[in-house]
Design a protein around this ligand. Structure first.
Ligand SMILES: [Fe+2]
Ligand SMILES: [Fe+2]
Length: 470
């Protein structure tokens, strides 16, 4: 079904055919817009060169144009329905997928949707002030694109809550606008979404590491037996790919500029020359990677096992896995700390599903490191960036009560305290990075701490006026 843009809420779910639902969402809409105005991008703009979804098919789903941001057409877009779709895993494997929520899974499904939904507006809140210091109009436009799409992802989850969870769902939809990132009284649900995104290096790291966590979470929900959730997540994943592109290429460009300055001044200490030292880039990687690992939950999880068995949440690329998709007979290994040593335990594969997803995520993260190290290699720099040990700086799971170095050595609290500024961004590092954050809003110009992008958006030149100001 194509997207209807004549409606107040653009959609491809025939909202007009369900007046009650339409009215409920239309009454949520002003609250959303109010939230966007108070918690969304803080910099006033005339319009922004944004993409809007016009179809959900494989090709040609996006339309690009200059749009005033608060007139962006947030809507409800689900991937097309496959009427033969069957449950791919768990104890109901092979049965037709569900078009309604089975009563026994109502609470769990609602919880999963609320947790996913909570992350979407949280990131907009975290990135609220970045528009004041973008390194170029190209980057500013990308920030706003990410922001409007996270807003749309909130719509995606709110649609499910309104359409399938009755009054409790409507109340949760309201609460999604009332919790705020970093708010002391009503914070966002997950830790990483209450951290600040105070500078553009953090933004690129966030879109690389934390949006990538989102990709993996959405990947598990895309497998869900609850078909509307699956179709919603499938389309969100298409939008999510751009967010990760922003992170990957953003870090590419920081590393490229850092390498250039290192060569030019023949020193690692490029801070006095207006660059971000490689050391600091590594510390930002250490931080964002470790807080993103926490989002995968405990290595050993009965919730994850129950969700899988019930068909609520599958594995990453479930259908490509070569096993029985039930896993009751299978074992897996998880990392544990025992007797002062990091080792592994064998557990039932069902209990290790968070660990399984995290492993897929880590392998994906490695591709960025390879890329960034290629940039260094090409520039003739021998130092390399790396992912820290999985136990480093963790607050969730097996490593939460331990201190682990980036290389994977267990250390005591005193050593940790004395050394952590070598591994995580120190106050001095953050102050330096922040000092570089000055807006560069002349078309085609770029800040000195980052290399220009290799090409523009949608075949437009890099110097295109992607954002216009009043
Ligand atoms: Fe999202
Ligand atoms: Fe995202």
């Amino acid at each position: 079904m194509s997207i209807d843009y004549s409606e107040k809420i653009p959609n491809n779910v025939d909202l007009a055919g369900d007046r009650k639902l339409q009215r409920a969402l239309e009454s949520w809409q002003p609250n959303f817009l109010n939230w966007w105005k108070t918690m969304g991008p803080a910099v006033p703009t005339e319009d922004v060169y944004l993409r809007t979804a016009v179809a959900v098919g494989r090709e040609g789903w996006a339309h690009f144009d200059h749009v005033p941001m608060d007139e962006y057409r947030w809507g409800v877009f689900l991937a097309e329905r496959n009427s033969d779709r069957r449950i791919a895993f768990g104890e109901q494997k092979g049965e037709p997928v569900w078009q309604q929520v089975p009563g026994e899974y109502r609470a769990d499904l609602q919880r999963l949707i609320v947790i996913q939904g909570d992350t979407e507006p949280a990131s907009v809140e975290q990135q609220r002030r970045l528009g004041e210091t973008a390194p170029s109009l190209y980057d500013l436009r990308n920030l706003f694109q990410v922001n409007v799409e996270e807003g749309r992802h909130l719509w995606a989850m709110v649609y499910l809550l309104h359409a399938y969870f009755g009054r409790a769902g409507r109340e949760e939809a309201e609460a999604l606008l009332h919790r705020n990132s970093g708010d002391l009284d009503s914070p966002r649900i997950l830790g990483a979404f209450n951290e600040e995104t105070p500078d553009w290096l953090s933004f690129f790291m966030f879109t690389y590491f934390t949006d990538r966590d989102g990709k993996y979470q959405l990947g598990t929900l895309k497998e869900s037996a609850f078909d509307p959730l699956s179709r919603t997540c499938e389309f969100m994943l298409k939008e999510e790919a751009h967010h990760m592109f922003v992170g990957t290429t953003g870090v590419d460009r920081v590393v490229a500029r850092t390498a250039e300055l290192m060569r030019e001044y023949d020193t690692e200490d490029i801070a006095p020359h207006g660059g971000i030292p490689l050391d600091v880039v590594q510390k930002y990687i250490n931080f964002h990677y470790s807080v993103s690992l926490d989002l995968f939950g405990s290595e050993r999880s009965t919730n994850a096992a129950n969700y899988f068995t019930a068909g609520l949440k599958g594995r990453w690329q479930e259908e490509r896995r070569k096993d029985d998709h039930v896993l009751t007979e299978d074992a897996a290994h998880i990392d544990v700390v025992r007797d002062g040593e990091i080792t592994t335990d064998e557990v039932s594969a069902l209990l290790a599903l968070n660990h399984d997803l995290r492993r897929e995520y880590i392998a994906d993260c490695e591709t960025g490191l390879k890329r960034w190290n290629r940039v260094l290699d090409k520039a003739g720099i021998t130092r390399r960036l790396y992912l820290p040990h999985v136990g480093f700086n963790r607050e969730v799971g097996q490593f939460a009560d331990h201190h682990v170095t980036p290389k994977g050595d267990l250390i005591g609290a005193d050593v940790w305290e004395a050394s952590k500024d070598r591994w995580l961004p120190s106050e001095a590092d953050k102050t330096h990075v922040r000092s570089l954050m000055r807006p560069v809003y002349e078309p085609g110009k770029i800040a000195g701490w980052i290399a220009p992008p290799s090409k523009g958006i949608n075949d437009k030149p890099v110097e295109y006026e992607y954002v216009r100001f009043p």
